[in-house]
Design a protein around this ligand. Structure first.
Ligand SMILES: Nc1ncnc2c1ncn2[C@@H]1O[C@H](COP(=O)(O)OP(=O)(O)OP(=O)(O)O)[C@@H](O)[C@H]1O
Length: 807
């Protein structure tokens, strides 16, 4: 049992603006625990009713200042909890703090850089690495991802997320068994056999969360997310199962309704925006007060789910995230106060062991059968019916293994069944008789041989050499067999890589035929299948949920391209694309180096075998026994072989790590793309509605009105995919909503995108950019019209920005 209070850590986020001096200080010198002192600026301190304090001091297990990197956070905070979980204890890490203080950054990680990955991906990586190392147990890992929004639970990994709105999905509800254990109905568990599979599940959940969010409902700041790793372990042959859960929790923003600031009531009476957090606070208060017996866990879904983590069977850690700027001082003090209360809560973590019911039943059945037989013997009621075929077969097997067993202490256990005991005696009698008759035959043969001439010494040596030669041949054959086996494994791996990495760029080091593909270990068949299905699921999700670019009309695609180019995230996507390219070429180089090392190893092995054969052959031809000291040249070859093997191992590990990084970067890029496309869809819908409402041309009659030639930018709608012809009155080709649009539409100011100056084009562009939207003739087809308007708007926005930028 591990008795421990909840560990509390603080992490200060780097400021968005220039650092304000003197708002806080960290005292690391204090021996027991470092302390964080928050200093109230004079103007704020005066505002606190009945409170002239100018500073507040809080103790934490450890305080991480602004420059603390994600790897340190993992090492100090998450790794010990992960280690407890691997040992069979439950673990929880939760981040608590106001909106924007860095909870998601700490728990999941930043969306930009690989080095920014947070506690979840790093913990997954660590856990799978440890599982791989430990062959003494059989482990099974499952993942679940729960979101609690407005006191309702949603399964972020529910495949129906694709097709349904959040509200339409079945809610996750609590079931409590008679032992007061909590079970969650409608929360799916997904097996993950590798780190990559687990990361894909994390990505799926995050994407589902992002997609369900609307501008009206910024769920990410108001919802709680609980990513859980369920780990089961068992020693081979044992009936005892160990189950442990690791909850990684990103809570909603902890800000309060009454952000009174100077006004006063703050810190004591202010109410949480979030009901679940309010109930969480009540549970924490109840737990931290010694005399309280009733803890109101049942009040909310979140406190019910986290029941074990708070005052129960769990190793729990809290990270207080702080955005220590002047405007956030009140919230920061609240967060620290909350943490101090949490630190008083004692948990008792126990190993969660249970007996595998199937194995237990078999064991008990056997025990019952044995006891029945013993009873029958004791009461003299022997069973008289003949042993069945199956029973006889089992008995023969038992006898055979008993006879084969070299251990003199071994026993033949047949239970208290006289029929079986009799059968054993019969068997042994028969064996004894057979042995006697064999002895007679053998002794007559040996007498006959003894009469023959004794074998000559020379013949002995020859036979011995022949034996050695055969040994060598066998060795060579075994090596050949090993090589063939390796080739088959490589072929399997290639086909796996071919499927799973079909989305990697052409120069991917993991594509079939590339060196790296031949050197990675072969994943198990079920894992491949699941992996592939997750990848497919991920990309289909990307397309379906975000309006699918291939389904966009051409105008909309064009507008999307402009929107994308102008979006702040496009820089991140481009940066990551560059890094990804670099990583690919690094991986390619590593793959090539691995391939070279592999062939070198093969050559060295061949050379060693040859050298060995030569030595043996020499011995045979010169009729000499092989030398007892090792051959020097062979020794040299062997040490070279060892060096190459070490090089192979190191390069292979580097390639493996690089592959994880590449996968992660791809996930980040996918995520950024989903976000971008989602934002575009929102913008598009808004713009189309606004423009259609404002534009007189939305009147179906309006577009038929003749427009004076000189006033009118003439528009040709060439929807090539539909083969639709240009409409009357809008027939000359000035603006074209196809792939050539950017070539035909010039910018009003010189830009990188339009390098061909043309006076007529400039005129045209001027007329478009200056013209109110309402004067642009439309087609009457609402879909097409919204394409036109949104496109022109997007284009104008970009052009205006560019002009501003260049002026
Ligand atoms: N330690 C840090 N280093 C660098 N950037 C950080 C750090 N912490 C947070 N950020 C950045 O600050 C912004 C807000 O952080 P984050 O989204 O993690 O806050 P949050 O507390 O989860 O907010 P919410 O309650 O809205 O979910 C993000 O852009 C994030 O990348």
């Amino acid at each position: 049992m591990m008795k421990q209070t909840i560990q509390i850590f603080a992490r200060v986020k780097p400021p968005e603006r220039k650092q304000q001096q003197g708002i806080y200080s960290i005292d690391e010198d204090e021996k027991a625990a470092p302390s964080l002192e928050i200093l109230l600026p004079r103007d704020l301190a005066d505002g606190f009713v009945n409170n002239k304090r100018e500073s507040y001091k809080f103790k934490f297990q450890r305080i991480f200042d602004q420059d603390a990197k994600q790897d340190i956070i993992f090492e100090i905070i998450a790794k010990p909890v992960a280690q407890s979980v691997l040992a069979g204890y439950n673990g929880t890490i939760f981040a608590y703090g106001q909106t924007g203080s860095g909870k998601t950054f700490t728990i999941t990680g930043g969306a930009e850089r690989y080095s920014d990955r947070g506690i979840i991906p790093r913990t997954l990586s660590y856990i799978f690495e440890q599982l791989q190392k430990d062959s003494s147990k059989i482990y099974t890992t499952h993942i679940s991802y729960l979101e609690i929004y407005n006191e309702c639970g949603y399964d972020l990994l529910d495949p129906r997320h694709e097709a349904s709105k959040l509200e339409d999905l079945p809610k996750v509800t609590i079931l409590e068994d008679p032992d007061q254990h909590i079970h969650l109905k409608n929360l799916s568990l997904h097996q993950a056999t590798t780190e990559e599979e687990a990361l894909n599940l994390l990505f799926l959940g995050d994407t589902n969360r992002m997609i369900a969010e609307t501008p009206m409902n910024q769920a990410s700041t108001r919802s709680h997310c609980i990513f859980t790793v369920h780990l089961t372990s068992k020693e081979p042959g044992s009936a005892t199962l160990r189950r442990a859960k690791l909850h990684l929790v990103d809570l909603a923003g902890s800000e309060r309704v009454a952000k009174t600031g100077v006004g006063g009531l703050l810190l004591t009476e202010a109410k949480y925006i979030n009901l679940s957090l309010h109930y969480l606070e009540q549970v924490i208060i109840a737990l931290s007060e010694k005399r309280r017996t009733h803890i109101p866990y049942r009040n909310s879904l979140m406190t019910s789910v986290l029941r074990d983590s708070l005052g129960g069977n769990c190793v729990t850690t809290m990270i207080a995230t702080l955005s220590l700027e002047k405007r956030n001082i009140d919230e920061s003090i609240s967060t620290c106060r909350f943490a101090q209360r949490v630190a008083l809560i004692k948990n008792e973590a126990v190993l969660n062991e249970e007996i595998d019911p199937k194995l237990m039943i078999t064991r008990l059945q056997k025990e019952i059968a044995d006891l029945k037989a013993e009873l029958a013997m004791a009461t003299g009621e022997w069973r008289t019916e003949a042993l069945t075929e199956e029973e006889l077969h089992q008995l023969e097997k038992l006898i055979a293994s008993f006879l084969e067993d070299q251990d003199p202490e071994s026993r033949l256990e047949v239970g208290a069944d006289m029929r079986k005991i009799h059968h054993c005696f019969h068997h042994f009698k028969k064996l004894l008789n057979d042995k006697d008759s064999m002895k007679n035959t053998v002794s007559s043969t040996t007498t006959h041989q003894a009469c023959q001439e004794p074998l000559k010494d020379e013949e002995h040596t020859k036979l011995r050499d022949l034996l050695k030669q055969r040994d060598n041949e066998i060795n060579i054959l075994v090596n050949m067999l090993k090589k063939e086996k390796k080739k088959t494994q490589d072929a399997l791996l290639l086909s796996y890589m071919e499927k799973s990495d079909a989305r990697l760029p052409r120069n991917s080091p993991f594509i079939p035929g590339s060196p790296a593909a031949q050197s990675t270990s072969v994943p198990s068949a079920p894992s491949q299948a699941q992996d592939l299905s997750i990848c497919r699921h991920r990309s289909s999700l990307l397309h379906r949920k975000t309006g699918m670019r291939e389904e966009m009309s051409l105008g909309r695609q064009e507008a999307f391209e402009i929107f994308k180019r102008d979006h702040a995230d496009s820089v991140t996507i481009d940066d990551n694309r560059q890094i990804l390219k670099q990583r690919f070429s690094e991986a390619k180089a590593l793959g090539e180096s691995i391939n070279q090392t592999r062939s070198k190893i093969g050559q060295l092995k061949d050379a060693i075998t040859q050298r060995h054969l030569q030595q043996v052959a020499l011995g045979i031809s010169e009729n000499m026994a092989p030398p007892s000291i090792p051959d020097l040249q062979e020794e040299k070859l062997r040490s070279q072989l060892e060096e190459e093997k070490t090089r192979y191992k190191t390069t292979f590990m580097r390639l493996k790590a690089l592959k994880v990084e590449i996968e992660h970067l791809q996930l980040l890029m996918d995520k950024a793309k989903v976000k971008l496309q989602k934002e575009f869809e929102v913008w598009w819908a808004e713009e189309a509605t606004n423009l259609q409402v404002n534009s007189p041309a939305t009147n179906p009659q309006e577009h038929l009105k003749p427009v004076p030639q000189q006033d009118q930018p003439q528009i040709l709608l060439r929807k090539s995919s539909q083969g639709r012809e240009a409409k009357d009155g809008v027939s000359s080709l000035d603006i074209c909503y196809d792939r050539d649009a950017r070539r035909i539409l010039p910018s009003p100011c010189p830009s990188q995108h339009s390098q061909e100056p043309s006076s007529s084009r400039t005129q045209l562009q001027d007329s478009i950019s200056e013209r109110p939207m309402s004067s642009i003739p439309l087609t009457g087809d609402s879909q097409t019209d919204s394409d036109i308007l949104a496109f022109i708007k997007a284009r104008q926005n970009v052009l205006q920005k560019k002009c501003l930028g260049s002026n």
